[in-house]
Write a protein that binds this ligand. Structure first.
Ligand SMILES: [Zn+2]
Length: 215
């Protein structure tokens, strides 16, 4: 692993943290950001740090089991969600986890809804495999299980039954999404959070909900 590459990744994570924080997606010390450095090493944000105020020293290196590769600050307990996703799909290069008001409220509106289905958003085109805005985008909603191994067992089982998975929601908690690199993951965060915001507004205005199907 080339040290300068890790430094560049750490700088990029800091920048993405600042960008997404401006959208209000990282209240207090919530959320985490990670990027794959190579086939053995992941760079991830330290626990307990504000994601809009990170420095490169707040980016830790862990292995694919989530074990820290250096002494110092601890990674978040949600690191194991990141490592499980990297193990599940080798094409994932970066993972972002946000805590927005919209995702939190949207997943609490109906405690029995386990899949967000959206239609008729131009931003669907951000997602490869979705050919038109009219095509359906599916985002699974899982219970906010604090036991990460059982949460990820449920999640990966659900993913197996889906044609394409671009991210998932934890009820009352937030969004996980990913991409081949940090930029693609950031675009997906922005697109999904935009859609969540629209869905929430539509839910508050039932007369407008006809053109956007959710179930
Ligand atoms: Zn979280």
């Amino acid at each position: 692993m080339i040290e300068s590459r890790v430094e560049k990744i750490a700088e990029d994570i800091v920048s993405v943290g600042q960008l997404l924080n401006r959208l209000g997606l990282f209240p207090a010390t919530a959320g985490n950001l990670s990027c794959k450095c190579d086939e053995n090493v992941i760079a991830i944000t330290a626990s307990g740090k504000h994601k809009g105020e990170l420095s490169v020293d707040d980016i830790l290196l862990v292995d694919f089991e989530g074990n820290p590769l250096q002494a110092g600050p601890k990674p978040s307990h949600e690191t194991l969600i990141h490592t499980a996703l990297y193990q599940w799909d080798a094409s994932i290069g970066a993972i972002l986890h946000t805590h927005s008001v919209d995702a939190t409220v949207l997943t609490r509106l109906d405690p029995h809804r386990n899949m967000l289905k959206t239609k008729n958003y131009q931003l669907h085109l951000v997602f490869p495999g979705i050919a038109s805005p009219e095509s359906e985008l599916l985002i699974p909603i899982f219970e906010n299980d604090q036991h990460i191994p059982s949460l990820m067992e449920t999640a990966l089982d659900q993913f197996e039954r889906m044609e394409a998975v671009y991210g998932f929601l934890l009820r009352g908690h937030g969004l996980f999404t990913w991409g081949r690199d940090l930029q693609e993951a950031r675009y997906r965060v922005e697109a999904l959070e935009f859609i969540f915001s629209c869905e929430l507004k539509l839910a508050q205005m039932p007369c407008l909900s006809i053109s956007s199907t959710t179930s």
